[in-house]
Design a protein around this ligand. Structure first.
Ligand code: FES
Length: 262
């Protein structure tokens, strides 16, 4: 594999809620296109602790910039918060297989939770650019964590917000919203999910019952992100047999009906 590694100037890196940060990097030196669902493997600090990079999926894609919305939850992402405007970001990518958005799609459904909302926000952006309408169910611990909701609404998406703090984010409530409010009112051409095993299982069930094709972006721990270390292996179902795949190069986006969600 051709290694695509850049030292990209950081244009901003700021805290946008208690747990989330937003980073904008100048990617004008990048010659290849970036697809929603693809990720960059980012070196989080200049020293060797943490030594490993962290995979971050793209949140917004522009001609000369890429934006990341990231959850600070460990040593790596904490290290990222110390990166300042004017620093350079050591990033490998774009990596992996992104989402497929069919040009003919009239309306799509996004089902996302937590940091998975940032991943699917890039799908909403791509949908907007090709005139595909978006309906989204966004789930988070708190209203404050539903950061990308406004961004999706700017793209004309119909957004249903559910949170633990409101007691509205359990699977049955989400299923009720999809089956009572969304499916009777929209012809959904495809659905996309990321960020929650429970909501992914629900999405699989709904997709199967209603015959809707779909895709899922998996979030696995990664080591090399280049297919060499097998730290990111998961199972998919193919021709009634299980097949091991590497999320970093075979995914992170897979057909929704093929993924085995434990
Ligand atoms: Fe090394 Fe996927 S992270 S093979």
């Amino acid at each position: 594999m051709l290694m695509k590694q850049y030292k990209a100037p950081v244009l901003s890196n700021r805290q946008v809620s208690e747990r989330y940060w937003h980073m904008v990097v100048d990617t004008s030196m990048m010659s290849c296109a970036v697809e929603p669902g693809q990720f960059f493997h980012i070196r989080c600090a200049d020293n060797y602790s943490p030594f490993l990079r962290r995979p971050l999926s793209v949140y917004q894609i522009h001609e000369d910039t890429i934006e990341f919305l990231y959850l600070v939850k460990g040593e790596g992402t904490t290290g990222m918060t110390r990166i300042q405007e004017g620093d350079t970001l050591d990033m490998m990518g774009p990596l992996g297989k992104g989402f497929e958005l069919y040009k003919q799609a009239g309306t799509i459904l996004l089902v996302a939770r937590g940091v998975g909302i940032a991943t699917l926000a890039a799908v909403a952006q791509a949908a907007f650019l090709q005139n595909t309408h978006c309906v989204a169910v966004l789930s988070a611990r708190t209203k404050e964590d539903l950061l990308a909701a406004e961004y999706l609404e700017e793209f004309g998406a119909d957004v249903y917000k559910v949170t633990e703090e409101d007691g509205t984010s359990d699977v049955e409530s989400v299923r009720h919203i999809i089956e009572t409010n969304i499916l009777p009112n929209h012809k959904i051409d495809s659905m996309y999910t990321c960020g929650s095993r429970r909501l992914s299982r629900l999405s699989q069930t709904i997709a199967e019952i209603h015959g809707i094709p779909g895709e899922i972006a998996l979030e696995e721990h990664m080591g090399c992100a280049m297919g060499a270390c097998y730290a990111c292996v998961c199972d998919i179902r193919e021709n009634d047999a299980l097949k091991s795949v590497r999320v970093c190069i075979d995914g992170p986006v897979f057909p929704l009906d093929k993924v085995v969600i434990e």
